[in-house]
Design a binder for this molecule. Sequence first.
Ligand SMILES: [Mn+2]
Length: 277
Amino acid sequence: MPGLNSSSHPRISRTRTRTCSPRLLRCRGLRWFHCITGLAVIFVTTTLLFNNSISIEDHMESIRQIEIKAKEVMYQPMAQYGVGGEVLLKGNRRALAAFGTLPQRIRIQELQREILTNQKRPPDSSYNINVSLSDATSVDREIEDTRPAVCKSIQYDTSQMSPVSIVIPFYNEALSMLLRTIHSILNRTPSELLKEIILVDDCSTFEYLREPLDRYIELLPKVKLMRNKVREGLIRSRLMGEESASAPLVIFLDAHTEVNQGWLEPIVDHLQKHPNR
Ligand SMILES: [Mn+2]
């Protein structure tokens, strides 16, 4: 009925104006203001305290940018590799989670930049690989997950798997290649499966693999470094690393490798299901 509507509406609005004085309205407005401001402050504080990933990533990004600049100055010929730049240098944004607290990660990044920038090494030709390009590429870079879809779809229960010791012998390896090997393992291996990484230096002669590497390894979790006093060769070096391994499974890797997502789970799974083959 149109008459009822027109008579009830004004009454409601009159009631409102009567109960809510202008002063009360102001108070309510202020209460909401305080409420929202309070929530915003709590949100920002908790974000800063407990979820520092935003600031870590920003920090890492700025370090990366400085690194890129430093490398561009050092290696002018880099320009010849059109691919060099952004794509390869774009680090893995989820990287370094396994490397400890934020201050620890910053120390690692800073020392990494220092030892890579100050290394004295022979020209690329003496390595048989493009070390300049490797040095200019993030050791935490993102790489494509090249597994076939069927492999990606398999779920492994890592809580039922044995942890592994990874033994990596090296001799006069390129520094950035060795660091990328270690970083890729720490970045892409479930931490419950990784007992330790044992590096075996087979009496390298390059200076950057001595004291600078010692200092760097000291900052890394789960990484040990053994040094042979004389050249022992690849196989004896592997066996010496294996002797000091403490996990039930031992895996040997070359020092110039880069592991990808889900690299270890199928290996451990197979070794546990078929221990004799
Ligand atoms: Mn090899």
